[in-house]
Design a protein around this ligand. Structure first.
Ligand code: M6R
Length: 615
């Protein structure tokens, strides 16, 4: 859940590290730090609470020389965010500096043992234990840093991606990973390392995705060797080409990444759909399904696992798969599934959904499902991330890097891929006839244009958001396909505006939450013209008759709600199964503008990070 970055080469490391940390800041931003080894072998360490900009200011006032360096941006797990707990951590001897993303689960036991050997600790972090352990092993065994790192890692339980440097050696950078991501960028006579490829873009497009239990020894000049931590045997170096551009990582004229990502949904969904529907719309072609037809033909049940927004997409996926494939479908929070002793066998397909492809709970759910013999299919965004590599097959959503912590374009990409998946499996099993595939696929192909049209509601949503900026609570209500849309709308508002919001199935409201409704409690009701429209009208009336204000999302041309709701936001009419894709647009905008009106940092909301690589 933190971001790490490193550099070794002919240039000054500091600017490269700071630039890299800024790109990784979405992974955590409560403190940051940097360590450079200068030409004389001295380690210059700077740390600061808060964002990378603070660190940059603090560090520039000191010595930032050195062309070897490591850096870190933190999302606190062990110990509060402050300068002491910030990384890099330096060993007691002052000889070794280390940055770490992950969690050392047995840190308390290791710490006790090190204390017996005279080590004292300044911070509350698990990471300091690791750097002291490496220091201890190095001195005790009289070995090289490389050997000490390997020996120490053999004693560690948990997840880590680490980068380590040593006083007196400006020519060596050591990195290792287990269950936390780490990418190496191979330049001309220079090497970069980072938690993901974003800090590397612009320097090189040649990357190595370090695998679990691998460590790399990177030398000045570009020499690089990789070995397995457990066996110590050298492993083959697989250099891949990176297909990300700098433009994809910039705000493109928008005030924030979130707004850019909301507005780029027409183009991201075009990318997501490209090549996946035949020209005549009679077939959906997903390579991940085509290659494993036998698995999808014999599947007796499908279980969707995910967290957060991806879990909301999974709830929509459940309805889609049930409707188009007539297979029993379950949806589980990955964090519950992994400890829920699930009953699975080789007739089960588990679909893991994750934007980042790094979410620790989802990864653990995948491992469990595989152990039990299920076939695991991934729906991910980040190419080459841990989840797509851990799954048996899958489909990328291809919506480009999502930087804003609140997921927007990834959600619509996930729902789009789940729609394609449901159609592909349905047609394969002969459950969905050609006419149905054709009509849904052709409507889906139009969705990018439809969303472009929907985005024209922006000024209207902006106005409505002013009226509700200072509400303390919100209720989001929807039915059928749009109950998950309501959950997602509420999550967006909570995450970035810090307003309490609850999503509820509209009809379930009368069984309890209706007691909350008064003039202070606005409701956002997702009410497109589908088979549940008449029912939801009566749910809206129940809210109105208790004095609650209502913002309704309705299909264009349907005026029945005008006299009931206080504000109606029109969206284009689409088939019921596609309404979440369209209805989520005004909900994203409304959360965005309310947060902006309140002066909140929408791209980096408090306490959150983009990629949750801890339990
Ligand atoms: O990368 P993932 O899709 O696995 O992440 C899952 C959640 O952490 C994520 O969706 C989170 O809820 C977002 N902040 C929602 O906007």
């Amino acid at each position: 859940m933190c971001g790490i970055v490193g550099y070794i080469g002919p240039k000054g490391a500091f600017d490269i590290l700071i630039q890299g940390l800024k790109r990784l800041e979405y992974r955590g931003y409560d403190s940051a730090g940097v360590a450079m080894v200068d030409a004389d072998g001295k380690i210059n360490v700077h740390k600061s609470r808060g964002k990378v900009a603070n660190l940059e200011r603090v560090a520039r006032a000191g010595d930032t020389s050195g062309s070897l360096g490591i850096a870190h941006t933190r999302w606190a797990t062990h110990g509060e965010p402050n300068d002491i707990n910030a990384h890099p951590h330096v060993s007691q001897s002052g000889e070794i500096a280390l940055v770490h993303n992950g969690t050392i689960e047995n840190y308390a036991v290791l710490k006790q043992a090190l204390e017996k050997h005279g080590y004292t600790f300044k911070s509350e972090t698990d990471t300091e234990v690791l750097v002291q352990l490496i220091d201890y092993v190095k001195h005790h065994n009289q070995c090289t840093l490389q050997e000490a790192v390997r020996e120490a890692l053999l004693q560690v339980d948990g997840a880590y991606a680490i980068a380590v440097v040593e006083k007196g050696d400006p020519d060596t950078l050591i990195v290792a990973r287990k269950s936390s991501p780490l990418v190496i960028g191979v330049g001309e006579g220079e090497t970069f390392i980072a938690s993901d490829a974003t800090p590397i873009i612009g320097y090189t497009d040649r990357v190595i995705y370090l695998k679990d239990n691998e460590m790399a020894i990177i030398k000045r000049g570009g020499d690089l060797s990789i070995r397995n931590v457990k066996s110590s045997t050298p492993t083959q170096i697989d250099i891949q080409q990176l297909k990300l551009s700098l433009a994809q990582l910039e705000k493109g004229g928008y005030d924030t990444f979130m707004l850019k990502e909301i507005f780029e949904q027409p183009s991201t969904l075009r990318d997501c759909l490209r090549g996946r529907i035949t020209d005549d719309c009679s077939r959906v072609v997903l390579a991940g399904v085509e290659m494993h037809k036998d698995v999808f033909l014999k599947a007796k049940r499908i279980t969707l696992v995910a967290c957060g927004t991806s879990w909301h997409a999974a709830l929509i996926g459940k309805r889609l798969i049930q409707d188009f494939c007539r297979i029993p479908v379950e949806v589980e929070y990955a964090s519950e599934f992994r400890y829920g002793n699930p009953v699975l066998d080789s007739d089960d397909v588990v679909i893991a959904i994750s934007q980042s492809g790094e979410t620790a709970d989802t990864l653990a759910a995948i491992e469990l499902a595989k152990e039990k013999g299920a076939f695991v299919y991934g729906v991910c965004n980040v190419v080459g991330a841990s989840i797509p590599r851990a799954t048996d097959s899958g489909t990328y959503i291809h919506v480009g890097p999502e930087i804003g912590v609140a997921s927007t374009k990834a959600f619509t990409g996930q729902v789009t891929v789940l729609t394609l998946l449901a159609l592909a499996i349905g047609q394969l099993r002969g459950v969905t006839d050609k006419d149905t595939v054709r009509s849904v696929a052709s409507a889906l192909r139009e969705i990018p244009d439809v969303i472009e049209e929907t985005l024209k509601c922006d000024p209207e949503v902006k106005n409505i958001s002013r009226i509700f900026t200072y509400a303390h609570n919100f209720l989001y209500l929807g039915r059928g396909y749009n109950y998950p849309t309501a959950l997602e709308g509420a999550l967006k508002l909570k995450e970035i505006s810090y307003i309490h919001a609850e999503g509820y199935p509209a009809a379930e409201m009368k069984h309890g939450p209706i007691a909350l409704i008064d003039q202070e409690m606005p409701s956002v009701i997702i009410a497109p013209s589908d088979y549940l429209y008449d029912k939801i009208i009566s749910n809206v009336q129940q809210v109105k008759s208790r004095g609650g204000a209502v913002v309704a999302i309705v299909s264009k041309g349907n005026t029945a709600m005008n006299d009931i709701a206080d504000y109606c936001i029109e969206i284009p009419a689409v088939p019921a199964c596609l309404t979440p894709l369209v209805a989520s647009i005004p909900l994203q905008l409304m959360a965005y503008y309310i947060a902006v009106n309140k002066g909140k940092d929408v791209d980096q909301p408090r306490n959150l990070a983009k990629s949750v690589t801890v339990e």
